[in-house]
Ligand binder design. Structure first.
Ligand code: F6R
Length: 261
């Protein structure tokens, strides 16, 4: 696992976006896994800057979102389908027909989850998966004790996750209780993982993901098993890492040809 500690949240977005831009430049039809929430906003903003500057194009890219709430209308402003359309599809000029979000409204949720897995496979798998991290260590909405081999399915949101996401809703009661999420096994199948975290409220989770034992109690610790995972953090999110100086040293001495890979 590569750990990149950057001075500010803005730098986290900028440097992580450079990785995504490299993937799409090498393969314009790349399949990108999208996260929602606050953490990847800096990535999307920097990628929009690159699109506007003509540096990169997402016209042929295909995307799969990590997760979606269950029991929320498609046109609700906080459905992840709406969030992805607003924050990613429009700004980056993606073809909406190339972007899938799990169907949390399907009559048969189990079938819809299996079909989502099949669609990812049919697209050739995910080239690069963008991830945030929950304060409780979740990736996607794989809450603590999720199996490392889990696939897309319905999960119950942890109380901490509902509280954290209440900022997007009028009241805590309006935050859905369930979701459909790519499993940890699904996420681990992506060829590259790019996880971003900013702020001291993520410091414990980052320390557990990077330096803690492998444990389904910290779903993000599964990244330790991935052959191409990079964790981009600002100083606040890095503040509980024991080997922070070593990570700074390795990044500072990374060969130039490897820099954005
Ligand atoms: C979002 C997702 C979640 C978030 C995590 C952090 O699609 O899968 O794992 O990445 O809850 O959320 P923020 O970034 O809002 O702190």
């Amino acid at each position: 696992m590569e750990i990149v500690i950057l001075p500010t949240p803005e730098e986290v977005g900028r440097v992580a976006a450079a990785r995504i831009a490299t993937v799409i430049s090498n393969k314009p039809s790349a399949v990108i896994g999208l996260a929602t929430g606050s953490s990847p906003q800096g990535i999307y903003a920097d990628l929009k800057r690159r699109v506007d500057a003509g540096e990169v194009s997402f016209g042929r890219a295909r995307c799969f979102a990590l997760d979606e709430y269950v029991g929320i209308a498609l046109d609700h402003p906080e459905s992840y389908a709406s969030v992805i359309a607003r924050d990613v599809v429009t700004p980056l000029g993606l073809d909406p027909s190339h972007v899938r979000v799990p169907d949390g409204r399907a009559d048969d949720l189990e079938f819809a989850a299996k079909e989502y897995e099949a669609a990812i496979r049919a697209a050739g798998g995910i080239d690069v998966q963008i991830l945030g991290i929950g304060a409780n260590g979740h990736i996607g909405f794989n809450e603590p004790t999720s199996s490392f081999t889990s696939r897309t399915r319905i999960k119950t949101l942890a109380p901490r996750t509902r509280e954290d996401n209440a900022r997007f809703f009028d009241t805590l009661e309006k935050v859905p209780t369930h979701c459909m999420t790519q499993g940890i096994g699904t996420i681990m199948d992506a060829r590259r993982l790019v996880l971003v975290a900013q702020g001291k409220q993520k410091a414990d989770a980052i320390a557990a993901v990077v330096e803690g034992p492998l444990s389904s109690f910290v779903p993000g610790s599964a990244l330790q098993l991935h052959e191409h995972a990079t964790v981009f953090v600002d100083e606040a999110a890095a503040s509980k890492l024991k080997l922070a100086d070593y990570y700074r040293y390795t990044y500072a001495n990374k060969p130039a040809w490897q820099r954005d890979q």
